[in-house]
Design a protein around this ligand. Sequence first.
Ligand SMILES: [Zn+2]
Length: 366
Amino acid sequence: MNNLILSLKYRPQSLDKVVGQKYIVMAIKNSLDMKYINHIWLFSGSYGVGKTSIARILAKSLNCKIKISYKPCRKCVNCIKIEKNNFIDVIEIDGASKTKIEDIKDLLDNIKYLPIIGRFKIYIIDEVHMLSKYSFNALLKILENPPSHIIFILATTDPQKIPETVLSRCLHFYLNKISNYEINKSIVKILKKEKIIFEKKAILSLSNFANGSMRDALNLTDQAIILGKKKILNSNVNKMLGLIDIENSLILLEYIFYKKYEKTINLIKNISTKNINWNLFIYDIINIIHQIYLCKFNIIIKKNHKYYIYYDRIKNLSNLTSLEEIKLYYKILIKGTKNLYLAPNLYIGFEMIILEILTINNKNII
Ligand SMILES: [Zn+2]
């Protein structure tokens, strides 16, 4: 493995390498195939889902010396320079730092000049929603009637902040969060290629934690590689992310369900000495409650599910309590996630949620 960080090394350079955006990739491919070249493209979606990567691939596809193609050659001087981010006719602007009207005016003054080397002069404006009202107005004049040699590729995490007048002129693609499954599959493939030893459970945790962002998943993988000296171990990943092992969540619920109150409180106290993410701990408990609820309907956990190996214990818990009680626990936990940050600290917030459940669990505690 060389020193380049994974999120840079594995940034997709062609549409077929983009993870988890199947339909958008298909639409762009078809558009390029049919030579339907729109002059204003907009990619919206949350952080790390591939907006800027797709924008750069599109710029390369449109300016590859060989031909306009969804598979740019990656060998011609245009492709190579675009990949190195030093191609004169692909201009990247960070909307977050170039918000002033003067910045946009400079850009617009140059628009009249034809591309120097490329087929098109392409402006990629990242975080476009950050532009000021005046900048948008100035931009709109060009967008209303863009010269044929100009292409705008806009990217944003917040399309609602873009004026309707601008939005209506864009070919707008909504990028979805990438599924945990896709992220996991992709990370496993990369690690095998990089010959990094890993535990499957650790990669599952990293993928879930990344919450749909491939960039976050790769950054976390980098951290885990460094932490474990090229070995990704579940115990290290749990520590790194502040995750609690499912085993602990399950033991906590068993104590609650078996009415072992002192043990419940002691367990929380013990856990509080570790660096854990209390929010994720609650979500883990909610997930188990959800499985207990499903057991009441005799729904069996599927084989590839992360709780599959705990099925017998979960089923056992479902036999110990009523449907009404489970519903109530669920409500308390969900409400608790909203209120957790209002507590003096997260440990107290978490303990109060569990104490509320214990009160339901034993009507004598009043
Ligand atoms: Zn090329």
